[in-house]
Design a protein around this ligand. Sequence first.
Ligand SMILES: [Fe+2]
Ligand SMILES: [Fe+2]
Length: 298
Amino acid sequence: MALSGGRPAPTHVIAHLSDPHLLGTPGGRLAGRIDTADQLRRALARVEASGEAIDALVISGDLTDSGEPAAYELLLDIVRPVVDRLGCALVLTGGNHDERGALARVLFGVEDDAPQDRVTTVRGLRIVTLDSAVPGYHHGGFSDDQYAWLAEELATPAQHGTVLVIHHAPITYRSPVMQLLDFDDVDRLRAAVAGTDVRAVLSGHLHVTSFGQLGHVPVIVAGGVSYVDDVGAPRLLLMGVDGPQSWNLVEVHTDEVVATVVPVDQHETWPALSEAVVDFMATVPPQDQREVFSRKRS
Ligand SMILES: [Fe+2]
Ligand SMILES: [Fe+2]
């Protein structure tokens, strides 16, 4: 008999990574410091080591730092074997550091400069990627055509609802500088998802783990896997830091969406729950487990 709190398992599990900022030059380092390919490989190793039954690997933009075709090819080289081993869907969207033409050609096999919006449905959970990059700029937004496409798509609910993936997080971030580069019309986006089956928005761009809301919809921002904005610095500064990079384990339940931050760096661990306790608890009937396990002992 397993040790269990009795809650049902999530219906879907998503590994949400963001902002790998891959470079097109082999051996190159971002800002002269970060081996972004190595960072992504290490993050994905943690995804696989988690042992979770991942339904979808989502990477929410700034896939590359400068949009070189070689950087997208590197992304596929790194990600495809992992996706094959996990047997999960691969969900990719661009960001302000990406270039649509190269992204569309290498990742999706199409010659197209239009926004690369896609729908991926995994066992009834609809994951919609919306390309929030504005060509020639670093802030984000959607065209009228994208809003129309989204409204048409969301007009029909999905069995387990919808998760939107948008690079530019539609929340108010603390940094005034980053606010110049944020999503340009949050009011319109909030109206677009109101009354639909959208259950969460997964975003990046901020290079920090953050949470907010779009109306009643939670917005979950994954910290970058490449580098992080130092939240300990005064808000008028924008200071990069080589750590603590992370990704989010997003668990979709029938009645809630839960995100847990997973650091890319593996620190030293120890068994907080001994095998002897686990073995003993396995002998306790489920209805008695809370009383036996939760009661404080003097
Ligand atoms: Fe980024
Ligand atoms: Fe970005």
